[in-house]
Write a protein that binds this ligand. Structure first.
Ligand SMILES: [Zn+2]
Length: 280
C-alpha cells in the first residue's frame, strides 16, 4: 500500500519538470520490431529497491504476512532473472531501519550506484476505511476483495521524468500483453488522499510526485505495485510460481527494450565524457 510513510511530508512547491510528450510510436516500434540488442547489458545497471524494511514492513496481507516479505521475494526473483539475461550489474537494494529515514537512505544509496534505472518493488493494499474483518487461522485479520491488479507510479519531480514514464509504459504494456489488469481505483474519490492522476490509461501508469524514492533519485525511476495482497484471492496468486514468472517475463522484456532505447543516450554521454577527458 502507498502508505504515508513512503512520501515526503513537505509541501514545498517545486516547479514541475517539463514533460516531453509521450512516445507511443517509439514504444510500439521498439516492441514490435525488436532489433538486435544495441545496448551493453553488462554495463546497464538496474537497481531493484525492496520496498519497506524488516522493522517497518509496509502493509499486512489478508493472511497477516508483511508486505516486505512479498517485496523481497519478488525482487530477488527479478534480480536472478535479470542477471541471467546479461544485466550482471543488477543490484538488489535492501534497506533497514525505521520507515521515514529508510526512504532517504535508499535514495542516497541508489544515487551512489551509478544506476540507469530504479524499480521500487511493492505490493498493494487499501486505505483503512475500506478494510473488512475476517478470521484467518484463529486470528482476527483484515481484507478487502474489492480491488486487484498492479499499478505503476512516476514522480514528475524525478529529474528523468521522460525516461521514467517511458519505462513505466513499457512495463505496463508488457503486463497488459500477458493478460494482467491494472488497479483502477486510484482515480476514484473513495481513495481519499491516495487518489492519483492516471497518466496512461492503457499501461496503468499513475502520477505520484511526492514519493521520496522517485523524486530523490538521480536516475529514471518507477514504483511498481505488483499486485494486491489485501485481496484474499490475489494474495494467493501473488504466491504462485506462475505469477512470479509472468511478472518477471514482463519486467525483463521492458528492461531490454528500455536498455535498447537508452543506448543512444548512454553512448552520447560516454562520448562526451571521453571528449572532455581527452581535452584535459
Ligand atoms: Zn509498499
Amino acid at each position: 500500500m502507498l502508505t504515508a510513510s513512503i512520501v515526503a511530508l513537505s509541501s514545498l512547491i517545486v516547479p514541475l519538470a517539463v514533460v516531453e510528450p509521450a512516445r507511443p510510436k517509439e514504444i510500439e516500434q521498439a516492441r514490435s520490431q525488436p532489433k538486435p540488442s544495441t545496448c551493453d547489458r553488462s554495463q546497464f545497471r538496474v537497481v531493484l529497491d525492496v520496498g519497506h524494511t524488516v522493522d517497518a514492513p509496509g502493509a499486512i496481507s489478508a493472511r497477516n504476512v508483511p508486505e516486505y516479505d512479498f517485496n523481497l521475494r519478488l525482487a530477488k526473483y527479478l534480480e536472478r532473472r535479470l542477471i541471467e539475461d546479461g544485466f550482471t550489474k543488477t543490484v538488489l537494494l535492501v534497506t533497514g531501519g525505521r520507515a521515514r529515514p529508510s526512504l532517504f537512505a535508499r535514495a542516497a544509496k541508489a544515487n551512489g550506484l551509478s544506476a540507469n534505472l530504479l524499480v521500487s518493488i511493492h505490493h498493494d493494499s487499501v486505505p483503512d476505511s475500506l478494510m473488512e474483518s475476517w478470521e484467518f487461522e484463529g486470528k482476527q485479520s483484515h481484507f478487502s476483495d474489492r480491488f486487484r491488479g498492479y499499478s505503476i507510479f512516476v514522480s514528475y519531480e524525478n529529474p528523468h521524468l521522460d525516461r521514467s514514464l517511458l519505462f513505466g509504459r513499457l512495463l505496463g504494456n508488457e503486463l497488459k500483453d500477458r493478460g494482467l489488469q491494472y488497479a483502477r481505483q486510484y482515480t476514484q474519490p473513495i481513495m481519499g488522499r491516495y487518489q492519483r492522476k492516471l497518466i496512461d490509461p492503457d499501461a496503468g501508469v499513475y502520477r505520484f510526485d511526492e514519493l521520496i524514492v522517485l523524486k530523490g533519485t538521480q536516475m529514471p525511476a518507477v514504483l511498481f505495485e505488483a499486485g494486491s495482497i489485501i485481496n484474499r484471492e490475489e494474495e494467493l496468486v501473488m504466491n504462485s510460481a506462475e505469477r512470479l514468472d509472468l511478472i518477471s517475463a514482463s519486467l525483463r522484456a521492458a528492461v531490454k527494450t528500455f536498455c535498447n532505447l537508452s543506448a543512444p543516450i548512454l553512448r552520447a554521454r560516454t562520448g562526451n565524457s571521453a571528449t572532455r577527458s581527452s581535452a584535459r
